[in-house]
Design a protein around this ligand. Structure first.
Ligand code: PCA
Length: 193
């Protein structure tokens, strides 16, 4: 159905990409991939499964540059609600994996001379209103210092013409993830595209 949404200035179909992540660390199942896949199916958009590595985060940003609208989804297992991330920060944890030791005082930049933070242009309040029936959806200003934040940073940094958003989801089962993916597809096509 997304193919029916025409960019009125350029008169071509709007392109929409949903991404989710592979399992990582102690998370043998990552619901973000099911959310993204279900959202792509329901909206007629594309789906990409991303590896959980800092090295892959920049490549994901390059892929994003080919789409008008990109919604990245990731797992935030410590949170019980959906987080609409406003900012990506030019920061990363020291270790390549969250379960490895990182020196809490060491601040690594994703890009030496890059901006400290990047903000999405997606209208978060409008999207939130479309998502709240049955779901606890909240604004967030901190996407963390791991691969989700890095992916968001590179996506916002490299895709100047796109609407890019990052959504963190709780440790849902497959059924919850699929249902939310369908809700997200409807919300995104109504409020963002
Ligand atoms: N969550 C991690 C990386 C991959 C994922 O699904 C994060 O929040 O950075």
């Amino acid at each position: 159905m997304n193919a029916l949404l025409l960019d009125t200035v350029r008169e071509r179909p709007m392109s929409l990409l949903f991404t989710g992540f592979e399992p990582f660390g102690s998370h043998a199942f990552n619901p973000s991939s099911v959310v993204a896949q279900a959202a792509a199916t329901a909206s007629g958009g594309s789906f990409e499964l991303l590896p959980v590595s800092f090295a892959a985060a920049r490549a994901a940003g390059e892929v994003s540059a080919h789409y008008d609208t990109v919604v990245h989804i990731g797992l935030a297992a410590a949170t019980a609600w959906v987080r609409l991330e406003r900012f990506a920060h030019n920061l990363r944890m020291e270790a390549d994996h969250p379960e490895q030791e990182s020196d809490p005082d060491s601040v690594l930049r994703l890009e030496e001379a890059g901006p400290l933070a990047l903000e999405t242009v997606v209208p978060l309040s409008a999207l939130r209103q479309c998502l709240t029936s049955g779901w606890d959806v909240r604004h967030s200003r901190d996407a963390g210092t791991y691969v989700c934040n890095a992916t968001y940073y590179w996506s916002l940094r490299l895709s100047r013409a796109s609407r890019v958003l990052f959504v963190h989801v709780p440790a849902w089962n497959e059924h919850q993830a699929r249902l939310f993916g369908e809700t997200l597809a409807a919300g995104v096509t109504r409020s963002i595209c």
